[in-house]
Ligand binder design. Structure first.
Ligand SMILES: Nc1nc2c(ncn2[C@@H]2O[C@H](COP(=O)(O)OP(=O)(O)OP(=O)(O)O)[C@@H](O)[C@H]2O)c(=O)[nH]1
Ligand SMILES: [Mg+2]
Length: 199
């Protein structure tokens, strides 16, 4: 799939580097946002990833197949980042999500092996306030067996109060769940799936 980096936004108020509809990737630091974005577009090293949390520090925009843009956000909840840095990222994310026009949708990523943290819940509340259409994805599903994964899915669904079709299990390593996520993102962005066959 054709995907390219078109620019970044480092501070509130800066213009967006794309006019395509945008779907943002949000979640805790190290949840696997950049990895999943890469897997989704089939480009291993497009967005920078790292074992060290706090890799992504600005809003990175990637145009996909000329149809929509994916926006890789800095992660939240990275305790070792200096306080001012963390507050700066939080302000930037909040500004972006509330901007009008802003993103048309968001994918909230959560590590399937971890419980929700307060920052996840705060993000969900913010998304509800804004009324931003949101998909939820459990990441790193390759790290769990089937039963543990099913338990994690059921638990998150209950905690978040969402329907089964709003929550996917994904793996950037095996690619599991990625084509479903791609289809859901295309639907969010309002266009046909870039990979779906032409009628
Ligand atoms: N096993 C496994 N590891 C993964 C998966 N996705 C990401 N990882 C690993 O998790 C770590 C963090 O991945 P990133 O994609 O950089 O995470 P991020 O959410 O973008 O992190 P920040 O930019 O710091 O917010 C890296 O070491 C990845 O290799 C996955 O599906 N399976
Ligand atoms: Mg990242």
């Amino acid at each position: 799939m054709e995907a390219r980096f078109v620019g970044a936004v480092a501070r509130p108020g800066q213009p967006f580097p794309t006019t395509l509809p945008q779907v943002a990737f949000a979640g805790r630091s190290n949840a696997g946002k950049s990895s999943l974005l890469n897997r989704l577009v089939g480009r291993k090293h497009l967005a920078r990833t790292s074992k060290q949390p706090g890799r992504t520090q600005q809003l990175n925009f990637f145009e996909v197949a000329g149809q929509y843009a994916l926006v890789d956000l800095p992660g939240y909840g990275f305790a070792r980042a200096p306080g001012p840095e963390r507050r700066r990222w939080a302000r930037l994310i909040r500004w972006y999500l509330q901007r009008d026009p802003g993103p048309v949708g968001l994918v909230l990523l959560m590590d399937s092996r971890r419980d929700l943290v307060d920052e996840d819940r705060a993000m969900v509340v913010l998304l509800q306030e804004i009324g931003l259409p949101t998909l939820f994805a459990l990441t790193k599903s390759d790290k769990l067996g089937r039963q543990a994964l099913d338990r994690a899915l059921a638990g998150r669904r209950r905690e978040l109060g969402i329907d089964a079709d709003q929550l996917l299990a994904t793996s950037s390593v095996t690619g599991s769940g990625v084509s479903d996520l791609r289809d859901s993102i295309s639907a969010l962005a309002g266009g046909p799936s870039p990979t779906s066959p032409k009628p």
